[in-house]
Design a protein around this ligand. Structure first.
Ligand code: KG4
Ligand code: ZN
Length: 356
């Protein structure tokens, strides 16, 4: 194992869903190079097909790795440590990314850090340069993507508490399903947001599941059913554009109301929160961002939304989480972790992440 703290760059790989990504970070977290290849083939199939995603990672990753090294202007021998998303996610992709990172780490006699993908989303907001001063613990994370929808108390590196989460669909999944009902493409979130600009947010009355209920769990499946009921009288083919736009705008408002309410409840569960952080692809949504920002402002808390490329799946966040782990271990006079034996895990709840 190399000595800590790290003196040379770290290379990170992300392959847990449908984005193949590599990044190289200097030991202080400066991004030396980053590459993301989003698999587009799934659009025609209406969603991510795990086997196709895994094969695409396998064919794209070696060249992407070389390209990232070239962009950073360094060679593999210059890398001091390796990291990869090792779960949760689609098992095929996790195996591809983590096996490659482990293999190179072993060949180079360098440490490998197995990173929990959710932890990586959670710590991104602490990336140097993102905020004037690095945000401190504890903070409230709202992770809203196609696969995740949860409120997390981030108390420290390796110390996470899931305050609540969805009991059915993830927020992004709800956007995608409603967009599909409206005849929009996949992923549906961006298309739905665009269409919503032409509609009235109060035009269609939709339920707000769990609103006001204790805790900060989410539920979106009833909402999707309600939208389907609105569309049924016309049929998708004959749905007038204005009706579609009104449904889109009303649905978006509804999700924003739910998010704001759940964030309020989450804050009541984390009274010493220093800020609210949002991450995940759904964080791209302007109305949602604005509403969460308003909740933060009402509590006199800063609101941190990393730039979109760092909100969606990427390898920078994986590298940064690994650096945070290495630093936390160094602070305790511990060596780099020996994560080679850690097998990829399709399910890996935050609560089971080991503290450094
Ligand atoms: O984080 P992400 O890129 O991938 C994972 O799911 O891990 O998130 C993708 C999700 C999709 O469900 C997509 O529809 C949603 O984020 N999304 C949006 C917007 N942009 C992306 N949802 C609402 N509004 C958007 N502007
Ligand atoms: Zn993700």
């Amino acid at each position: 194992m190399s000595e800590l703290p790290l003196t040379s760059p770290l290379l990170a790989i992300e392959t847990s869903c449908d984005d193949t990504a590599c990044a190289i970070l200097s030991p202080d977290g400066t991004i030396l190079a980053e590459r993301v290849l989003s698999q587009t083939g799934h659009a025609a199939l209406g969603g991510v097909v795990p086997e196709i995603a895994a094969r695409a990672h396998l064919s794209a990753l070696p060249a992407l790795l070389d390209e990232t090294l070239r962009a950073a202007g360094i060679g593999m021998d210059d890398i001091g440590a390796f990291a990869a998303s090792t779960g949760p996610g689609l098992i095929g992709g996790l195996i591809v990314g983590s096996s490659l990172a482990k293999g190179i780490a072993m060949a180079q006699h360098k440490p490998f850090v197995a990173v929990n993908h959710i932890e990586a989303h959670a710590l991104t907001a602490r990336l140097p340069g993102l905020t004037p001063t690095q945000i401190g613990f504890p903070y409230l994370l709202l992770l809203v993507s196609g696969g995740h929808c949860q409120c997390v108390a981030v108390r420290g590196v390796g110390h996470y508490e899931r305050l609540g989460g969805t009991i059915d669909d993830a927020a992004g999944e709800a956007f995608d399903k409603v967009a599909k009902l409206l005849g929009l493409g996949w992923p549906g979130g961006p298309a739905l947001e665009k269409l919503a600009k032409e509609g009235g947010p109060r035009a269609v009355n939709l339920p707000r599941p769990l609103l006001g209920r204790e805790g900060c769990d989410f539920s979106f499946s009833g909402l999707k059913t309600a939208v389907a009921r609105q569309i049924a009288p016309y049929g998708q083919e004959a749905l007038p554009r204005q009706v579609a736009a009104d449904i889109a705008a009303s649905f978006q408002r509804c999700v924003a109301d739910i998010m704001a309410d759940r964030a309020e409840h989450a804050l009541a569960m984390l009274l010493d929160a220093t800020c609210i952080v949002v991450a995940g692809g759904v964080a791209a949504n302007g109305e949602l961002r604005a509403r969460l920002e308003a909740v933060a402002a009402a509590h006199h808390l800063p609101f941190v939304a990393p730039p979109l490329r760092l909100c969606t799946d990427n390898a920078v966040m994986v590298g940064w989480a690994a650096l945070e782990t290495l630093k936390a271990r160094a602070d305790k006079n511990l060596d780099a972790p020996d994560d080679i034996p850690i097998a990829p895990r399709p399910r890996w709840p935050l609560a089971e992440v080991q503290a450094p």
